[in-house]
Ligand binder design. Structure first.
Ligand code: PLP
Length: 406
């Protein structure tokens, strides 16, 4: 649960690194699995040949995947997963004889990494403005943030299912025959912990189905227990067509991401290719890297043996209560939570947006806790092994720091 600074101070990890160390740091079974693999087979090519560890790791991931999503394509990061998913969606429509379906719809404040597809489908203006035209054919639905109606919601906010109607507006504008996919984080994390309003994701999913638009869930941060289930898809009871993940897939021990595809997406692309041709012209030198896959196997085993997803679910009510005890603390204008995720929104300092959030981040670090800030929103996502006393410590530290900064 801790980092140590070069001068020996202990820092409580309130962010699981970067939403990725779900089993806690330096877990022995994972460390040893990577060491063993490095000494057994350091690398093998993923083109034309394969190796057993990659297949075993894919099976381990498929075993916790939403029903019907047993096809796993390995990449090396969440960004690569997003771009791979987008390419897969376009390849699917082309294979089915609908090549006009090329537009990708994202969401404002969405984050899908920093490669080209993810940048363009993402909805963070600062991340996009330097590269305005690298990927034509994206549009965005509005974000669901609604402080006026939903501030201090516990769990899913009650108001805002109608934000999903935005998708109907874009379908009317572009025509479904031109739209390939909708990509959203089921729970938006990087742009400030935006929990989906009750009924919102269900509406999005139904609209996609109705219009033959693929639904891509970016589960790079929500995958592997963050909400108390393997994926947010199971938590919300919604199965997408394509799902991206990374980070906690192997406790971030070695870089790895994955794209999960439904049978329909897989079969259209793979069975639709001419005999002997490469079905999906996409892949990386390090796809299914043996060290990363060994870490997947050890991590998934650890999650199961220690019942860490259930643990997250069990401790979530304590987490919620502790976080919301900061209601009324200085500068706090909203607190939101879901599973083991928390967002604390601070009132921006007049004329200096994001400054207060950054000072809170630095103040917490100085006081012994790692807390992330996105502008003036503090984002929390501790390892799933956090103890109640550590939750208390985290919340007390934040409260004290907020009291001390202007
Ligand atoms: C939802 C989401 N998608 C994609 C990414 C990009 O992942 P990576 O930094 O591994 O490329 C992130 C990273 O935080 C993320 O939160």
């Amino acid at each position: 649960m801790y980092y140590w600074t070069p001068d020996g101070r202990q820092i409580l990890d309130g962010t699981a690194g970067l939403w990725c160390i779900n089993a806690g740091h330096n877990r022995k079974p994972i460390v040893e699995a990577v060491q063993r693999q490095a000494a057994t087979m350091d690398y093998a090519p993923p083109f034309q040949v394969g190796h057993p560890v990659a297949f075993e790791a894919a099976t381990a991931v498929a075993n916790v995947a939403p029903a019907g999503m047993r096809h796993v394509f390995f990449v090396n990061s969440g960004s690569e997963a997003a771009d791979t998913a987008i390419k897969m969606a376009l390849a699917y429509h082309r294979a089915r004889g609908e090549p006009s379906r090329r537009i990708v719809i994202g969401r404002e404040r969405g984050y899908h990494g920093v490669n080209i597809g993810g940048t363009m489908a993402g909805g963070i203006p600062g991340n996009r403005k330097v590269w305005p035209a690298m990927m034509a054919g994206v549009d965005h639905i509005r974000a669901t943030h609604d402080l006026a109606r939903n501030a201090f919601s516990k769990g899913q906010p009650a108001h805002g299912a109608e934000f999903a109607d935005e998708l109907d507006r874009l379908i009317a504008f572009h025509d479904a025959s031109n739209i390939a996919a909708l990509i959203v984080e089921p729970m938006a994390g990087s742009a400030g912990v935006l929990v989906p309003p009750a009924g919102y994701l269900e509406k999005l999913a139904a609209t996609c189905r109705r219009h033959g638009i693929l639904l891509i869930f970016d589960e790079v941060i929500s995958g592997f227990g963050r909400l108390g289930s393997p994926f947010a898809a199971q938590y919300f009871g919604i199965t997408p067509d394509i799902l991206t993940c990374a980070k906690a897939i192997n406790n971030a021990a070695v870089p790895l991401g994955a794209v999960l595809a439904s049978d329909a997406v897989h079969d259209a692309i793979v069975n639709g290719a001419p005999e002997g041709a490469i079905e999906f012209l996409h892949g990386y030198t390090y796809s299914g890297h043996p060290l990363a896959c060994a870490a997947v196997l050890a991590t998934q085993k650890l999650y199961a043996e220690e019942r860490l997803f259930e643990r997250a679910r069990e401790i979530a009510p304590y987490w919620e209560q502790a976080l919301h005890s900061l209601r009324g603390a200085r500068h706090v204008i909203d607190i939101r939570n879901l599973g083991l995720v928390g967002g604390i929104e601070l009132e921006p300092r007049a004329g200096a947006p994001a400054r207060r959030g950054f000072e809170a981040h630095v103040g917490c670090f100085d006081a012994g806790a790692l807390v992330r800030c996105t502008a003036d929103i503090l984002a929390l996502s501790p390892p799933l092994v956090i103890e109640k006393s550590q939750i208390d410590q985290l919340v007390e530290t934040i409260g004290a720091v907020l009291q001390s900064i202007d």
